[in-house]
Design a protein around this ligand. Sequence first.
Ligand SMILES: Cc1cc2nc3c(=O)[nH]c(=O)nc-3n(C[C@H](O)[C@H](O)[C@H](O)COP(=O)(O)OP(=O)(O)OC[C@H]3O[C@@H](n4cnc5c(N)ncnc54)[C@H](O)[C@@H]3O)c2cc1C
Ligand code: FES
Ligand code: FES
Length: 476
Amino acid sequence: MTHKKIRFMLNQQVVETTLPPGMVALDFIRQQQRLTGTKESCREGECGSCSVLLGHPRAEGVEYKAVASCLLPLGELDGKHMVTIEGLNGEKLTPVQQALVDHGGVQCGYCTPGFVISLTDYFLGAGAYDPVEALAALDGNICRCTGYVSIRRCIDDLCRRFAPLLDTGKPRVPQLIEWGMLPAYFLDIPDQIKSLLPSAPKAIRQIESESLIVAGTTDLMIQVPGKLLRGPLEFVSGMDQLTGITEEHNQVILGAAVTMEEFKISPLLRRLFPGHDEYMKRVASRIIRNRATLAGNIVNASPIADVTIFLLPLQTRLLLVSENSQRQVPLERFYKAYKEMDLQAGEILQTITFPKPSPTGLFNFEKVARRKYLDIAACNSAIYLEVRDRMITRVGISAGGVAPIPLLLKATTQFLEGKPIEGKTIQTAAGIMQEEIAPISDVRGSADYKRLLLRQLFYAHFLVLFPDFIKAEELL
Ligand SMILES: Cc1cc2nc3c(=O)[nH]c(=O)nc-3n(C[C@H](O)[C@H](O)[C@H](O)COP(=O)(O)OP(=O)(O)OC[C@H]3O[C@@H](n4cnc5c(N)ncnc54)[C@H](O)[C@@H]3O)c2cc1C
Ligand code: FES
Ligand code: FES
């Protein structure tokens, strides 16, 4: 079978290939191009050793993001710029590479190209250089040797040196070139990739019903790599209708292809949900969030999908479109059974909409996993509450990991509406909640453990939101 030509910039060179669009980019880099600086380790997006920079053409230049090339399909590169560690190398070490050497941040060196890519990504994109944020940007990069102390020293040193030089009013790429962090050829890339851009962006209505819809591939590449290789594939990343986070007529509208990182850093969402950034830090890692989309999280239909659990209590609606139809489905009714959804062949999720929370509305998200960061939940839950004079006037509560689908706890919320915020009410509601869930024992814990976990998360919502009214002792 012949495949459509894929054209992109790999470091300084234009590459054309007719290899399958579902081929793993890491294999292309190492096996076809013999660029072995990009390392292969877990092949599951967990370690960051395969990180590359992916440059997306934008009106104002090229926007780079560090991503895991082991989960990146070749077809996604069409019209883009992929930078491997070789593409950062110049005649001498970049300041990032030199700082890693100077502070003992390199031992066996296997993780090092990934760290260099992620740190360069941080210096390319950050609004200000701050060691805490720079460290957070490395949350998807694992080092087996150094114990991280030397890597932290390197970050502190780089931020101390480059923070005073940063001019946020100027384009970033030329500044990084001036500091030696990027080679000079980066200046020519915007013009070079213009000529490679695929024709017009694809319209949703042209989607073939037998095609596999491909978004960030952070689930697909792990679950069905063979299906991705066979195709046919429909890449949603070029569809303008699926992008953007906007506010219209008191509704928040999220494009289905918005990435988790865009969702995390959105000023609108940070304003509406004060804990937003902290909640989202618990979801995957930056190299995964840079690719993973909201739609992928919803349509993958995992019972513990974090973004789905976040959105469920907010009266979220999905806009599903196909060649001949367009319909809205409430998120809570989208799931029918384990991995079964109200989604027809040929339909695509275009937008995700929820009413803007009331200015006095309260929201909290809780997640428990075996590790605090970079782990999927054993159990998660979100709550949205409106309260007047200590009485609950509206409430939505979701629960993940305790049923075959991401669950909206209807009986529990029905009980809570109109009740006062007090320990007795919450304890009774927790009892009702146990009747609504049906957890199973699996690798993340026994059914009994998950029942206990959800009860604790439920209590945590009230302890976090009403520290003056509810004391932990009342809930014992
Ligand atoms: C290392 C790692 C850590 C992770 N950590 C977390 C975590 O902490 N929390 C969490 O919730 N998840 C986590 N995930 C899972 C995953 O990243 C998310 O579920 C992600 O949101 C999937 O989005 P995607 O764009 O990559 O989806 P894809 O893999 O591209 O697609 C997933 C499914 O959605 C369908 N699809 C995608 N877009 C559309 C659309 N617009 N319309 C219709 N169908 C569509 C696809 O056909 C496919 O069936 C992790 C994954 C990895 C690899
Ligand atoms: S090889 Fe580990 S993240 Fe890709
Ligand atoms: S230096 Fe060996 S894995 Fe990091």
